[in-house]
Design a protein around this ligand. Structure first.
Ligand code: NAD
Length: 531
């Protein structure tokens, strides 16, 4: 019975007759002996019959708790269909309702009540060899704000994609939520809230909590990589900088998103036969994601022989107070790097008009902020304006694919964080790209697994961006895409993982011997869902 309840080893009705005898399963299963294919057909039909995305999420998650191989097999074979259930946009809804849909435990909930003995709590995790931790403190879940401990849905979903997309073995991964309280009053008053219903730890208490967490990881899972996920802007950058040279770690919202954004822009430049430094980039939303993309974009421009100052002069930010300019005295360090000598402009539309932006990148969490006026203005600034509405989930997207195409007379090069369906414009079908860091973090994860690096520098993400951009074909660009099709995400992930693995060896950061063929070595790392 233990075997049937262990998702790693359970095959359910696919246990053969011999296995049933050998493992004492006779009578515990019905007579039928299925294949994994039969099980998949049955499960997929059931998912299709469920009325809402949340129902599908719940059912699919239950499958992960029952039979990992079957779960990953379904996810790997059709990522386009099943990723939106496991990840954005449905995972947003799942986190909002997590306290109501909570079933079996998954991952670790490390709370403020565990201060002083976090490493003991970590030892309760049944696997001794953990290579990846994806951790959130739940303060900025997608664009949905502070969801406290209910943010657990995000690390669970992200790590499932490490496996589904890159083949990172699931037993090497550990989702963690740091339950440091929540400032979401509604949640604190919700009787079904699953976390500690008190205000968030702040300042020294918060820093000490994170420090104890990192020390515990170093002690219990030495060499493990930490992926910081969905931390609020005021903590994300600081935590990344504090720990990046001490342990292998990265922040996907800052660095993964940056690589994704830059890859899409590089691919568009290639087929538009234009140069990065000739564009005017306008970032709407200047938090972790926006600043991450802006900084990596500047790094990419440096490669073309211009100075940092020149590169930054091509990038403008608009935050909740309007255009980021020198005369403002409310700017964080990250924003100040991009503050130019210019009069203050209060709105996005005026900024787009006055600066003649050719690329706008939305990471603002403000739905419909790329209004008709904004998109029409973009379309008059450039023959093929680039419009990236990166905020997640779909309900937070700065505009829909349909809006971008309609209001630009079909000329926009569009990508969004959450998926939009293809759109028919004047007899031509345009396929919006999904500019989501799913193209980057699983590949980086596989490369980390392959090389066990000491640290993870920014160059990893520049390399990943270029590798991803190089995969976009003329044909795909003509269909409207600046990313390889999601149907081929496993192939593109392998390609990016090989490029990043090569970088780790070149940079002397790998702690394993370089194999003769990096390509074959990376392929050999990939876990397969089989019985
Ligand atoms: P963040 O909290 O660090 O930043 C959000 C920024 O938007 C803040 O700087 C905030 O000041 C700004 N903002 C809020 N209201 C605004 C307004 N009215 N006008 C202009 N700016 C405003 O969050 P983040 O990590 O940067 O994420 C932002 C969004 O990007 C989220 O929706 C997130 O889901 C999405 N995101 C997408 C991807 C992807 O792969 N596509 C990756 C990471 C983040």
């Amino acid at each position: 019975m233990d075997l049937l309840r262990d998702p790693r080893w359970n095959h359910g009705t696919a246990f053969t007759r011999d296995e049933r005898v050998e493992y004492g399963l006779l009578g515990l299963l019905p007579d039928i002996v299925s294949t994994m294919q039969m099980q998949e057909r049955r499960i997929k039909a059931h998912i299709d019959s469920l009325p809402t995305d949340l129902d599908k999420y719940i059912y699919f998650n239950d499958l992960q708790d029952r039979n990992e191989s079957c779960y990953y097999s379904i996810l790997m074979k059709d990522p386009v269909k099943y990723m939106p259930i496991v990840y954005t946009p449905t995972v947003g809804l799942a986190c909002q309702t997590f306290g109501r849909i909570y079933r079996r435990p998954k991952g670790l909930y490390i709370s403020l009540k565990h201060r002083g003995y976090m490493s003991e709590v970590m030892r309760n995790w049944p696997e001794a060899d953990v290579r990846f931790i994806c951790v959130t403190d739940g303060e900025r879940i997608l664009g949905l704000g502070d969801l406290g401990a209910q943010g657990m849905g995000i690390p669970i979903g992200k790590l499932a994609l490490y496996t589904a997309v890159a083949g990172v073995p699931p037993y090497f991964t550990l989702p963690i939520v740091l339950d440091v309280g929540t400032n979401n009053k509604e949640l604190r008053n919700d009787p079904f809230y699953i976390g500690v219903p008190q205000e968030r730890l702040v300042d020294e208490e918060y820093d000490a909590f994170i420090e104890e967490f990192v020390q515990s990881v170093e002690e219990v899972f030495p060499g493990c990589c930490i992926q910081w996920e969905d931390f609020a802007n005021q903590n994300a950058g600081i935590i990344l900088e504090r720990y990046r040279n001490r342990i292998p770690s990265f922040n996907d919202d800052i660095q993964g998103t940056a690589a994704t954004g830059v890859a899409g822009i590089i691919a568009a430049m290639k087929y538009k036969s234009e140069r990065l430094q000739d564009q005017t980039f306008l970032f709407f939303g200047a938090g972790s994601a926006g600043l991450g993309i802006a900084n990596l974009l500047c790094t990419a421009m440096l490669k073309d022989g211009i100075t940092v100052e020149e590169a930054r002069s091509r990038c403008w930010l608009v935050d909740s107070k309007g255009l980021v300019v020198k005369q403002r005295n409310d700017l964080s360090e990250g924003k100040a790097d991009f503050a130019h000598d210019h009069r203050g402009i209060p709105t996005l539309l005026e900024s787009v008009r006055e600066l003649k932006a050719t690329v706008i990148i939305g990471t603002s969490t403000i739905p419909n902020s790329f209004s008709r006026d904004v998109i029409e203005q973009m379309a008059s600034n450039a023959e093929r304006p680039i419009i990236m509405a990166f905020s997640n989930p779909t309900s937070k997207s700065e505009c829909s694919a349909q809006d971008a195409y309609l209001w630009s007379e079909g000329r926009a090069i569009f990508a969004s964080g959450s998926p939009f369906p293809p759109f028919e414009y004047q007899g031509k079908t345009i396929f919006p790209g999904q500019g989501n860091n799913i193209y980057i973090f699983p590949a980086v994860g596989l490369a980390i697994l392959a090389t066990k690096p000491k640290t993870i520098p920014d160059k990893v993400f520049s390399r990943a961006a270029r590798a991803l951009a190089s995969l976009v074909t003329q044909e795909q660009f003509d269909r409207g895409q600046v990313y390889p099709p999601l149907e081929k995400i496993r192939e593109s992930t392998h390609h990016v993982a090989v490029a990043v693995t090569e970088y780790f060896f070149e940079a002397g950061l790998a702690t394993v011997a370089k194999p003769d063929s990096v390509e074959e070595y990376v392929a050999s790392m990939s876990w397969k869902p089989e019985y």
